[in-house]
Ligand binder design. Structure first.
Ligand code: ATP
Length: 306
């Protein structure tokens, strides 16, 4: 009976969170993906977001003690601005977004939002203020409309349709057999990575959080899809403090600051033009990516001619 009561209690608390409307989809996964080390402090208060300033101060973190992942990271995302994190695979980029969402607690340093240490606020209030567009969006086996409405359960049909429009999936939905009532997921229509990401963006538009984390998909998207996603991301991040874990160049060009991470330390930082002029790691990443994109497009043109 002891063995049984623990998971049942746990499911009970997840269920209650959802019923309270506090949990959004990412939070639900966060709850299911148990990280017992992260607990609310006994005197935790609700996070109060006034301006939405994010600050990392000398942040150290490792998943296991033997292998440090972040080795003293400091940066600030000013209110309403966009900071992009770039760097080679395994550098620790996604780890930064997980730490801001407090999936894990840090080993040393401080992460704060408007001066409040995120360890001293309730996880529900923290996650309620952050919209996360993850790399791989997991959709419910339900309608497209439900999957969007999950951002704000009380939203009207009109609001859901408008969010879809803003996320640039209006025309796509119009072509579906039953529009927003079309079932998706394992038992319904399969959506591409880019379509799923736009559903997540529409959901975030409905949630309207003051802070955004965008974790871009690594998978290659064609230029048209990339431009559509970029347009919807620009829309959703306008006026919101945004942290982008960037894999695509189109997202970083307009970022207020780009942070180049390698092996858990910040190697370079600045705006796109300044970093290019510096001729360092960022400049070489940029050249390589541009060559790869050009090669891909040339290949596509050749295929189209056949
Ligand atoms: P990519 O561009 O490939 O997504 P990234 O820069 O986002 O890479 P992270 O996902 O932050 O990299 O991972 C940084 C390092 O931490 C990697 O070496 C990874 O293997 C390791 N790592 C990530 N998640 C875990 C985990 N849950 N447990 C242990 N190690 C992990």
């Amino acid at each position: 009976l002891m063995q049984l009561s623990i998971p049942l209690n746990f499911i009970g608390s997840v269920y209650r969170e959802i019923r309270q409307g506090l949990a959004d989809i990412e939070q639900m996964f966060a709850l299911l993906d148990v990280h017992p080390e992260v607990k609310d402090a006994p005197d935790a208060k609700a996070l109060e977001v006034t301006d939405g300033v994010i600050r990392f101060e000398d942040v150290h973190f490792s998943y296991d003690a033997a292998r440090p992942i972040l080795k003293g990271i400091s940066f600030e995302v000013p209110a309403g601005k966009t900071v992009a994190i770039v760097g080679p695979s395994g550098a620790g980029k996604s780890t930064i977004s997980r730490l801001l969402y407090r999936f894990y607690d840090i080993d040393r340093g401080r992460i704060s939002i408007d001066g409040q240490d995120i360890r001293e606020v309730t996880q529900a209030s923290l996650r309620g203020k952050i919209g996360m567009v993850p790399q791989d969006t997991v959709l419910f086996n339900d309608t497209v409309g439900y999957n969007i409405r999950y951002g704000r359960i009380g939203a009207s049909d009109e609001e859901v349709a408008r969010a879809a429009e803003m996320a640039q999936i209006g025309p796509f939905i119009e072509k579906l057999p039953e529009g927003l009532n079309t079932m998706v997921g394992e038992r319904g229509l399969k959506l591409s990575g880019g379509e799923k990401q736009r559903v997540a963006i529409a959901r975030t538009i409905l949630k309207a959080p003051p802070i955004l984390i965008l974790d871009e998909a690594t998978s290659a998207l064609d230029t048209a899809t990339e431009q559509e996603i970029q347009a919807s991301l620009d829309y959703v991040s306008k006026g919101r403090t945004t942290l982008v874990i960037a894999h695509r160049l189109s997202t970083v060009i307009n970022a207020d600051e780009i942070i180049v991470l390698r092996d858990g330390v910040i190697k370079e930082r600045g705006r796109h033009d300044a970093l290019l002029a510096q001729g360092g790691l960022y400049a070489s990443m940029w050249t390589r990516q541009r060559e790869a994109t050009e090669a891909e497009e040339q290949l596509k043109r050749m295929r189209e001619q056949d």
